[in-house]
Write a protein that binds this ligand. Structure first.
Ligand SMILES: Cc1ncc(COP(=O)(O)O)c(C=O)c1O
Length: 293
């Protein structure tokens, strides 16, 4: 056993605190380190997902540089998971553009790794989300840490992607014309679907975090909870599914302190079906509000 323990770093309680993007700062990391030290333990690894799951927020290049410098200084490993790195929203779309006051652009951690050249920095990626091929189980880790690479190669034996899978992906990735048009198309369609969701949420006045990337929207339905508890959140989640046929991901699984937060995953259906789902969702919210008044 590695003896590794998870520490949940809490940066906010209300969604309104993170509408401009993830607010994680070096001050949060220092506070966490102090608490971990006081418990007689050591802060060893910081794992970030960029774009973030479940908020869809993107860490700016400057934020990432600050975290990198701090981690390298403290001897802490920094792993950045970019599994949603090509699933980016076009924030200039007319339905959503007023949600973004700052110009934050996704920038791969690979650029920072290249500049810093440290054994403590690692980039994690998988093709599952951006290419919609979760079932093929192909991912990668990029690191300059020789002992980590050696150990990982050893662990990895039973998880290798089949030769056939590697061959297909190699053909796909070397077709740069196809890949460029795929990434652009994917972004345009993702944005159109995202705009359908946001149009409904705006009409309903439901708080959400404006996403810059990822495949989901993080929203707040706490006004519909009869009480502030996990049980009430669970009941609302099931009730929405049974009465409207819409299945969200409850916030409970993300360890969020506020109850009544949900993740809405939207790109897996056609725009027509998404409109239908959002209409049903809206009907559900309106009925709930009416029965509460
Ligand atoms: C941030 C993040 N990392 C990794 C994964 C794993 O993806 P998969 O098992 O489909 O490769 C997920 C899936 O939801 C994810 O959200």
């Amino acid at each position: 056993m590695s003896g590794m323990e998870r520490y949940d770093l809490v940066t906010h309680h209300e969604l309104s605190e993170i509408t401009g993007g993830p607010t994680l700062s070096v001050a949060h990391l220092e506070r966490a380190q102090l608490e971990i030290d006081r418990a007689g333990k050591r802060f060893r690894i910081l794992i970030l997902t960029n774009p973030d799951n479940p908020t869809g927020g993107v860490y700016s290049h400057q934020q990432l540089v600050r975290f990198t410098d701090w981690c390298v200084d403290q001897g802490i490993h920094l792993v950045v998971n970019e599994i949603y790195g090509l699933s980016l929203i076009d924030t200039q779309h007319p339905v959503i553009r007023e949600d973004y006051t700052e110009d934050v652009v996704f920038s791969s951690f690979a650029n920072i790794m290249q500049a810093k050249q440290s054994d403590l920095l690692h980039l994690w990626y998988a093709f599952s989300k951006d290419l919609g091929i979760s079932g093929l189980r192909v991912g990668l880790v990029y690191s300059q840490n020789e002992s980590f690479i050696k150990a990982y190669g050893n662990v990895n034996l039973s998880h290798t992607a089949s030769n056939y899978t590697q061959w297909v992906l190699q053909l796909l990735l070397s077709d740069t014309d196809f890949m460029s048009s795929y990434v652009a198309n994917n972004r345009a369609r993702l944005t159109e679907s995202y705009a359908i969701v946001i149009r409904h949420l705006k009409e309903l006045g439901i708080p959400y975090v404006p996403a810059r990337g990822s495949l989901f929207t993080w929203l707040d339905l706490s006004e519909l909870l009869p009480e502030d508890s996990s049980a009430a959140e669970h009941d609302l989640w099931l009730n929405l599914y049974h009465s409207a046929g819409v299945l969200l991901t409850p916030g409970e699984g993300f360890g969020h302190s506020k109850k009544g937060l949900f993740r809405l995953v939207y790109p897996c259906v056609t725009k027509h079906d998404l409109e239908t789902a959002m209409d049903r969702f809206s009907g559900f919210v309106v009925r709930k509000r009416q029965s509460a008044s």
